[in-house]
Design a protein around this ligand. Structure first.
Ligand code: PGA
Length: 227
């Protein structure tokens, strides 16, 4: 059976949070803006992309709407700061390249569905996962709707010519759980990322792994070879 693994990026493949927070904090300092959430508190604000993250750290609230001008200035400057920090260290989680390589060898097509902007996603993939063949990469600005709208996943499945039942989604946030559920794709949560922890099952993930390398035995169990 043709099969695909759709991967979230931040908090699932890469631990990008330290650089993202540092970029926003540097931008705020440069603009003389006060942030309402420190690095520890803002971790849970990940998942909606950089623009939404900037709104959340300015207000200290998940659904906060800051002054639009402050937000625009912070978002723009944070993009510049993040460009410098993006590739400053290899932020891949343990086991990611090996596991993705093994999955490819076992016939899995790989795709990315991220709320990260394309100008940050592509260099990260090229620099640290350059030898992995991703059949499809969809980012926040690749389409009108961000996750948790299922459009990104629908688009990936259409491009690969697959039905939802032929795919698995792996991600770390509530946004990812909601996306997979809306798309009708089975969801594997990772406990080490930014939201799910031990609550993943309660929150709707079908399976939970504590380490990316656990993915290989799990998907072998879920989709036996030849099926
Ligand atoms: O950076 C974010 O907030 C979202 O990115 P993700 O969709 O890859 O988790």
């Amino acid at each position: 059976m043709a099969k695909a693994l759709i991967c979230d990026l931040d908090g699932t493949l890469f631990d990008t949070y330290p650089e993202i927070y540092a970029a926003v904090a540097a931008a705020a300092r440069g603009l003389g803006l006060e942030l309402a959430a420190d690095e520890q508190a803002a971790r849970g604000f990940m998942g909606g992309g950089l623009s939404r993250f900037a709104k959340r750290v300015l207000t200290g609230e998940m659904d906060g709407e800051p002054d639009p001008e402050d937000h625009e200035r912070l978002f723009k400057r944070a993009q510049l700061e993040y460009k410098h920090l993006l590739l400053s260290r290899n932020s891949l989680y343990d086991g990611v390249p090996e596991t993705l390589r093994d999955l490819r060898e076992e016939g899995w097509q790989l795709a990315i569905a991220t709320n990260k902007l394309e100008m940050f996603t592509r260099p990260l993939l090229e620099c640290f996962l350059g030898d992995i063949d991703f059949a499809c990469v969809r980012c926040r600005d690749s389409q009108p709707q961000a996750k948790p709208d299922p459009a990104m996943v629908h688009d990936i499945l259409a491009r690969l010519g697959l039905a939802p039942v032929q795919a698995l989604f792996v991600g770390d946030t509530l946004v990812d759980v909601a996306t997979a559920r809306a798309a009708g794709v089975r969801m594997i949560g990772v406990s080490y990322g930014y939201h799910l922890g031990e609550d993943a099952r309660e929150l709707g993930a079908d399976h939970l792994i504590d380490d990316f390398a656990e993915l290989l035995p799990l998907v072998r169990r879920l989709v036996p070879a030849g099926k």
